[in-house]
Ligand binder design. Structure first.
Ligand SMILES: Nc1ncnc2c1ncn2[C@@H]1O[C@H](COP(=O)(O)OP(=O)(O)OP(=O)(O)O)[C@@H](O)[C@H]1O
Ligand SMILES: [Mg+2]
Length: 257
């Protein structure tokens, strides 16, 4: 049921309702979109997950949400990590450009996401760097799971060990997913190697990489992201390029529906 303005019984930073950008249709299987056709009544719900700590999940989720907010969309963030990284970021001066952040690190995150998807698009869920009930539950409502991975063999191994279990639900359905390389050194051999390794393991990647840039940490000091601090800088451009890749997935979905 859609929440009424100001009545959601959740801890978080509330903003007045904004116009909904809801999509009706079906999501067909496709490259990186594994699984049968499923109904999409609202959303989309994007879950950022890997069971590898420090891979860049919170940075990615907040950067994408702020980008879409600045582009005039109505994104919302759900912080499903008991560490509360997004809640803490939003409590700082720049408050993530006003993107609402709701907190739910329990299995009931599904209901929170479904409610918020009635009035926000997209809904982005940031998960913990370890296995939690909330992460497993979030997988069941994800229209897309994004797996950030650092270009190091150790990170990739842990990611591969955990991702298949994470992406397979008990009913045998697989979540739709894509990987994204984060904290990379531009055009490095290791990035290219890891990209090839992931692709051959059946883990498709976004073309865009989030290069290791000081802009992320500097922006976070103020509760901001690079798109707010330096909208024309390299980091902001990479975030925009990734957002555009994600959007084009949705456009394909809509066109095929
Ligand atoms: N592209 C990047 N360039 C530079 N620093 C980055 C980038 N992405 C993330 N970081 C930094 O790496 C650190 C870890 O990132 P982040 O907190 O987003 O990871 P996480 O996966 O959410 O971690 P956890 O598993 O603990 O929740 C942070 O200090 C963040 O500022
Ligand atoms: Mg985090």
């Amino acid at each position: 049921m859609a929440p009424e303005s100001g009545t959601l019984n959740l801890t978080g930073i509330w903003q007045p309702n904004q116009s909904a950008d809801r999509r009706m249709g079906t999501v067909p299987a496709g490259p990186g979109l594994v699984g049968e056709t499923v109904p999409m009544g609202a959303g989309p719900i994007i879950v950022v997950a890997t069971l590898k700590g420090g891979s860049g999940k919170s940075t990615l989720a907040s950067s994408l949400a702020v980008h879409w907010r600045l582009a005039g969309r109505t994104p919302v963030l759900i912080d499903a990590d008991p560490q509360r990284s997004l809640v803490r970021l939003a409590a700082r001066e720049e408050a993530l450009a006003g993107v609402p952040v709701f907190e739910n690190c329990r299995g009931t995150v599904v209901a929170t996401a479904d409610q918020l998807a009635q009035i926000h698009a997209p809904v982005l869920i940031d998960t913990a760097g370890f296995r939690t009930a909330a992460t497993l539950a979030a997988m069941t409502v994800a229209d897309l799971v994004i797996l950030p991975v650092k270009p190091s063999p150790l990170d990739v191994d842990v990611m591969l060990d955990t991702a298949r279990a994470l992406l397979s639900s008990p009913d045998g359905r697989s979540a739709r997913f894509r990987c994204v390389l984060t904290q990379t050194t531009r055009d490095s051999v290791i990035s290219r190697h890891i990209r090839a390794e992931l692709t051959s393991a059946g883990f498709p990647l976004f073309e865009t990489e989030l290069v290791n840039r000081v802009a992320y940490g500097e922006a976070a000091l103020f509760g901001a992201t690079p798109s707010m601090i330096d909208p024309h800088g390299a980091a902001a451009r990479e975030i925009a390029a990734l957002a555009s890749e994600i959007d084009s997935l949705a456009i394909e979905v809509e066109a095929a529906a």
